[in-house]
Design a protein around this ligand. Structure first.
Ligand code: ZN
Length: 393
């Protein structure tokens, strides 16, 4: 019998390389056929990041990457006699690299993730953490679900949830910013990954008065359709299998998008918040959720006509009234098509916007504009009949 030797490690192949540009960093993701050993280091004058991958072959065209981007000038590669593949990333400024390997999960293969952080962009925004005066705008954190490496759900015609959520989020932000007294901040502005923890931190840092997370649902049964609205449930809330399953799916975002395990163990829930404040925020989240549902009813089908409650990680900034909206089922071919329709997206955004305005009014935080005094209850304001221009436009 032939002696069985410890097999000399087979070559690992890089099957694909993707690049995602975020405002504060650029992420490179390498799809691998297997795990591997690598070394990453910096070289200066000119600034370069070098990655040496042991026994690795590149079978993906680096030329297809959208380069240059704000961080990377270009990427070169070569292989040494000892089968080490060297990638040289020419960067435009001194960046802080971090990298990690990910095991296969949710249909994704072994991956190497390389983040090149821009130091001047990651400093905390001191200004935004100062106390706000009462004259300042009410801030709405508009959170487009998923992004970058994490596409979210996919429709039968391959429409990606991450693109729908961003399109609706941008339309919503535009409407909010055109309204005096309101200001929208997009948590994600493009196609890149933001961890759930960082979404929550961003909402806190901007001292948001309201957070709206936008998603689209998916299920195996293609006929299922309709919107649903969620708020955070605290321990002891009514168990609901569908809501729980959905929360698990949305919470898995981080694993798909590439967060090193252990990174989201941050005990946000244990932050010292007054119990009353917490409860007040949960109650107002419920009010907001009802307002959203009432308006979505006029735009399209509704899955559940009451707000549901589940433990969504992204809703855990418990001092901020927060809702998570599943716009519709992207897995339903008709609804998938509808979700890509710009006018339909606009109607969805308008529903979320109208709900926000009514919410703030009911909370006594937003006064009616003068032109509207004559005609309660609130009607959506058309910008052309409002002579006072927005401070943000
Ligand atoms: Zn989602």
């Amino acid at each position: 019998m032939f002696p069985v030797m410890a097999s000399t490690a087979e070559n690992t192949v890089v099957r694909d390389v993707r690049l995602w540009t975020a405002p504060d960093h650029t992420r490179l993701v390498f799809d691998l056929t297997n795990t591997m050993n690598y070394k990453l280091f910096r070289l200066h004058n000119p600034e370069r990041i070098v990655i040496d991958m042991d026994k690795v072959t590149l079978k993906s065209d680096l030329k297809k990457l959208p380069l240059p981007d704000p961080v990377i000038k270009e990427i070169r590669h070569g292989t040494s006699a000892s089968k080490v593949m060297r990638l040289v990333i020419d960067v435009k400024e001194k960046v802080q690299p971090r990298s990690f390997l990910l095991k296969p999960m949710k249909g994704k293969p072994h991956r190497l993730v390389v983040d090149l952080m821009r130091p001047d962009k990651v400093k905390p925004n001191v200004k935004s953490s100062q106390p706000r005066n009462s004259k300042q705008d009410l801030i709405i954190a508009v959170d487009a679900g998923h992004g970058g490496e994490d596409p979210g759900a996919s429709g039968p015609h391959n429409v990606r949830e991450k693109n729908i959520t961003l399109a609706v989020a941008k339309k919503l932000a535009k409407k909010i910013n055109a309204y005096p007294g309101l200001k929208a901040v997009l948590i994600r502005k493009g196609d890149y990954f933001v961890s759930l923890k960082n979404r929550v931190l961003a909402a806190r840092k901007m001292r948001a008065d309201l957070m709206i997370s936008i998603h689209a649902d998916a299920i195996d049964v293609r006929s299922v359709k309709g919107a649903s609205v969620y708020t955070l449930s605290e321990r002891g809330a009514t168990p609901d299998r569908a809501a729980k399953a959905l929360a698990e799916k949305e919470n898995a975002s981080d694993e798909v998008g590439g967060v090193v395990s252990g990174q989201i163990s941050d005990p946000l829930v244990n932050l010292i918040l007054g119990d009353m404040l917490r409860r007040a925020s949960l109650n107002s989240s419920q009010l907001m959720a009802e307002e959203v549902l009432n308006r979505l009813k006029n735009v399209g089908p509704i899955k559940y006509d009451q707000p549901k409650h589940a433990r969504f990680y992204v809703l855990k900034a418990m001092e901020i009234p927060s809702v998570l909206v599943e716009l519709d089922f992207i897995s339903n071919p008709q609804r998938e098509k509808k979700l890509t329709n710009s006018r339909h997206q606009q109607r969805l955004a308008t529903a979320l916007f109208d709900a926000s305005v009514v919410f703030f009014r009911k909370m006594g935080r937003l006064k009616q504009a003068k032109s509207e005094y004559a005609q309660p209850p609130y009607r959506p304001m058309v910008s052309t009949i409002n002579p006072t221009s927005s401070p943000n436009s």
